[in-house]
Design a protein around this ligand. Sequence first.
Ligand SMILES: [Zn+2]
Length: 375
Amino acid sequence: MESGRKTVYSLAPFLRCPVIPIADRMKVIQGVVLPRLLYGADLYGMCGSLTDAMQRLLNTALRSMLRVGSWKTLSSYALWKEFGMKPVCALAAGQRVQAFLKYFELSTWVHELIAEPYCTKKWMWVTGVSWWTMQQCPKHSDLSKEEWQTWQTWTPSNAKACVKAAITQREHSLRLTDHRKRPETNWYSDGGYSLTPLYRQSISYKLVSNLGIALLICARMGTTATVEVLFSMEKLPMGWNGCCPCCRVAIMEVIPHILLECSRYEQHREKFLLAMLRQLAEVDPDKVLDCHQKSFILLGGSVDNLSLPAWLPPTTKKDDPLVDKLSVGSANLSKLSSDQSSLLENEEQPTLGNLLPPETGCQPGSLISSPCGTS
Ligand SMILES: [Zn+2]
């Protein structure tokens, strides 16, 4: 664990660097950080206290890419979905099950140890794997309990994949329905953002977009430093309750207010969001969507299958067919006329990829030090 901690903290400056594409930083997390954290998972893979510690380190690495510090209300579910990661406990458990089954095939003493385990009432590595797998996996898996009874006959790689899927499902449902459910997770799941993650493995955004992408991901995860969020973190005195620090209207500052109503951002809205607001009016001609739902759609989410066509920001590979394949809006894109689909390709169009952070306003830090801005 110590080597994992050192790896994460020594890489933090690299992971925070805004001029390195997010996709490249993510490759370092997957190629360097994750293997370090999972080193020895063959043995510790089902120990909750150890995998929780590893998960905290991995979340720290992912947070570094968004330049978000120790954010109290960050939703792990949103973080995993946005970056396409599985929980560490699922990866580690899969690795342990795979190792367990592989040892049957070896001709060394490990094979004897596995085939004829030492009989004791105590939890052992050999007996523990079987018990834990049957205890945890069937109730969260698509496979039936009867199918799980035969898991020791599966190929190691197949067993690993099934265990990973089941434990991932367990962790997701814990956060979506159980006592660990929290407002930020609701914000992320209600917005349907997991269908259009901004981070994409094989495509880098234009370098100038990196900061904007990080800000967008924060807004989608509900970690923008609005008054509402700062209150929940007890970072603001009571005097700010029910008052927007930017326009001074007696209304709680939340993301829908910033995107749709706040007069402070009128110019930014005109300049960067006008095209999308027009599209939104076309998508919702009967005006049935409320402010929250409109915000979900403006941030790239979807409500009842309604979403903006060609929402995903422009990338450096403008003509890459993968852009269409990876975009959930691809079905919509194919129906677009050529002048509409050129929205993706034309850098001058006011799409979200060109959205730069405002010079003043509700950015973390600046809000706490000077909540009224300069107006
Ligand atoms: Zn306002």
